[in-house]
Ligand binder design. Structure first.
Ligand code: SF4
Length: 84
């Protein structure tokens, strides 16, 4: 069940690779030097997003906390409440 939305403000990613190191299940580095959410949807505003289930929440929180420029966000699908 998808309960959360993982978001990546990709235009502001500095390509440090911390997210991919912490959570290689969901994050990988792209040839252009920025990271990608694996299987994520590319939005018109340049951000990426992916619906995730609760079991994948903790590891993405850890990726978000590891990001030095805070471009990884999580929100509840149900009401859009921002978690990080
Ligand atoms: S940790 Fe943040 S800045 Fe570093 S590659 Fe991942 S999203 Fe980009």
């Amino acid at each position: 069940m998808t309960e959360f939305i993982l978001e990546h403000d990709r235009p502001n990613c500095i390509g440090c690779a911390a997210c991919a190191a912490v959570n290689p299940k969901h994050w990988e580095m792209n040839e252009d030097g920025r990271s990608d959410i694996k299987g994520g949807k590319q939005r018109e505003d340049g951000w990426q997003e992916l619906e995730i289930s609760e079991e994948n929440l903790k590891m993405n929180k850890e990726a978000a906390e590891a990001c030095p420029v805070n471009v990884i966000h999580l929100k509840k699908k149900e009401n859009g409440e921002k978690l990080i």
